[in-house]
Design a binder for this molecule. Structure first.
Ligand code: LLP
Length: 427
C-alpha cells in the first residue's frame, strides 16, 4: 500500500517477493539480530494513523489524545507527541511515561475508575488538562487534594449512555451494567452540586462505549444522547466546554470491514455542526494495532491424531488476546514458500496452560522447526498486556523507520526476573 492509501487500514508490513518487510527492512534481519520473541513496529504506520484522524476531523480541530494503554513504549509515545498528539492516561505509571515522552501537560487527559490520592496529586502538580471522573466519591477526592494544593482542576464527568457497542463483552464499556461512567441523571445531579466542589471546574463530558467497534451507529447513538444531555444542562445554565468522545474505533484483524476515519467523521461531524465544543478523541487500537507485529520462532512441530501443533517460542505471556478474547491474529511466515503445501495448525506457546495458544485451526504453509512467523495486528494491547508468567523474560521491542531499525526496549534478562525479590531471615 502507498502512503496516500485512503483506507484507514493502511500498514507497512508487506511482502516483497517471498520476504516480509516492515517499511524498507526485511523482518528476518531484525529477528536474526534481536532474537525472538520480538515486537516490531512501523514508525510510518503510527504517523499515518494519527494523520488520518486529524485529516478526517480537520474542520473541528480536535485534540487527539492517544490512549497509551494500547501501547506505551516511550519511542511510540514520542513519535505521536511529535505529531501533535496528546495522551490519554489511566495511572500514575502512565503519567510518568507521558512526562518522560515530553507530552505537554495541557495535552494529557486522565481516565479510570480507581485513581489513588497519590496519583491525583501527581497529575494536579503536573497540570494535566482534564480529569475524566467516574464517580461522586472520586470528585470528592480530587476536590480535597486540589483544595490542599490550592489548585483548580478541570473535570469531565464520564457518562454511561447505556449503548450496546456490538463488540466482545470484555471490551464493551457503555452498557448500563458496566462499572464505567455514571448514569446521566447522576451526572446531572453532580453538575448541579458544583458549588460543593470549589476547586473543580466541571466543564466537560466524557464518553467511551467500548473498543473494536466497527460500525458508526453505536457511536452516533451515544453521541446523540450526550448532546441531548448537554443541551439540557445548558438550559440549566451549566456550561460545557469539552466533549471527550473516547476511543473505540475498530480495525481489521481478519475479515472485519471497519469504517475508515473519513467514514466515521462523515457520520459524526453533522451531529456537532454549529457547536463550539472542544472535541477530544482517545483512539488507542486504531493508531497502534496494525503498526505492530509479534515475531516468534517455531521450536517444534508435534502431530497428534487430531491436530498439528506448531509450538512456538512465544505464547500467551507475550500476546494474551487470543485466549482472553478469542481474538484473531493472522499468522504470516516471514519467508513464504509458495511451493509448500498448506496444513492446518494450532499455533501454540510453550506455557503450561491449555489456554496458551496464538491461533487455532489455521491453514498455513507447512512449517518446520526454526521457521519464523509473525502474528499480525499485534501493536495494540500486545506487549503492554504481557507478563512474566512461567518466569519468561519480557520480549524485546524494535521500531523501524524507513531502512533503519532500533531496539526500543531491550529483552529482559533472566537476572531481571528476580529484581526486587529477597529471601527473609526466617525462611
Ligand atoms: N478511552 C478509554 C476511557 C478507554 O477505556 C479505552 C480503552 C480507550 C479510550 C481506547 O480504546 P481503543 O481506541 O483502543 O478501542 N485489552 C482489550 C482492549 C481494552 C480497551 C480498554 N479501554 C483488547 O485487547 O482488545
Amino acid at each position: 500500500m502507498t502512503h496516500t492509501e485512503s483506507h484507514s487500514q493502511f500498514h507497512d508490513f508487506q511482502y516483497r517477493g517471498l520476504e516480509l518487510y516492515c517499511e524498507k527492512v526485511r523482518v528476518r534481519d531484525i529477528v536474526e539480530k534481536c532474537g525472538t520473541p520480538v515486537y516490531i513496529y512501523s514508525h510510518r504506520t503510527f504517523v499515518e494513523h494519527i494523520h488520518k484522524i486529524k485529516q478526517a476531523f480537520r474542520s473541528v480541530k480536535p485534540l487527539i489524545c492517544y490512549s497509551m494503554k494500547a501501547n506505551s513504549n516511550l519511542a511510540i509515545l514520542k513519535t505521536l507527541v511529535n505529531q501533535g498528539a496528546g495522551l490519554d492516561i489511566v495511572s500514575g505509571g502512565e503519567l510518568f511515561r507521558a512526562r518522560k515522552a515530553g507530552c505537554p501537560a495541557e495535552r494529557v487527559v486522565y481516565a479510570g475508575v480507581g485513581k489513588t490520592e497519590e496519583e491525583v496529586e501527581e497529575a494536579l502538580r503536573y497540570g494535566i488538562l482534564l480529569f475524566n471522573v467516574e464517580s461522586e466519591a472520586e470528585l470528592a477526592t480530587i476536590q480535597k487534594i486540589a483544595g490542599r494544593l490550592k489548585k483548580k482542576a478541570l473535570v469531565s464527568l464520564r457518562v454511561n449512555p447505556g449503548v450496546d457497542p456490538h463488540t466482545h463483552d470484555h471490551i464493551a464499556t457503555g452498557k448500563a451494567e458496566s462499572k464505567f461512567g455514571m448514569e446521566l441523571e447522576i451526572a446531572r445531579k453532580l453538575f448541579l452540586k458544583k458549588a460543593d466542589f470549589p476547586n473543580l471546574s466541571l466543564c466537560g463530558i466524557h464518553v467511551h462505549i467500548g473498543s473494536q467497534i466497527v460500525i458508526g451507529e453505536p457511536f452516533v447513538e451515544a453521541f446523540r444522547k450526550v448532546l441531548d444531555f448537554v443541551t439540557s444542562l445548558e438550559k440549566m445554565k451549566i456550561k460545557i466546554k469539552y466533549l471527550n468522545l473516547g476511543g473505540g474505533l475498530g480495525v481489521i484483524y481478519s475479515t472485519e470491514n471497519p469504517q475508515t476515519a473519513a467514514q466515521f467523521a462523515q457520520k459524526i461531524l453533522p451531529l456537532f455542526k454549529g457547536k463550539k465544543y472542544r472535541i477530544i478523541f482517545e483512539p488507542g487500537r486504531f493508531v497502534s494495532a496494525n503498526a505492530g507485529i509479534l515475531a516468534g520462532k517455531v521450536l517444534y512441530i508435534k502431530k497428534t491424531r487430531l491436530k498439528n501443533f506448531a509450538i512456538m517460542d512465544t505464547g500467551m505471556s507475550e500476546l494474551i488476546r487470543p485466549t482472553l478474547y478469542e481474538a484473531h491474529h493472522e499468522v504470516w511466515p516471514l519467508l513464504k514458500n509458495e511451493k509448500a503445501s498448506k496444513w492446518m495448525y494450532d499455533v501454540v506457546g510453550p506455557i503450561c496452560e491449555s489456554g496458551d495458544f496464538l491461533a487455532k485451526d489455521r491453514h498455513i504453509q507447512e512449517l518446520h522447526a526454526g521457521d519464523y512467523v509473525a502474528f499480525m495486528t499485534a501493536g495494540a494491547y500486545g506487549f503492554v498486556m504481557s507478563s512474566n508468567y512461567n518466569s519468561r523474560p519480557l520480549a524485546c521491542e524494535v521500531m523501524v523507520k524507513g531502512s533503519q531499525f532500533s531496539v526500543i526496549r531491550k529483552r529482559q534478562k533472566i537476572q531481571d526476573l528476580i529484581e526486587g525479590e529477597s529471601i527473609p531471615e526466617f525462611v
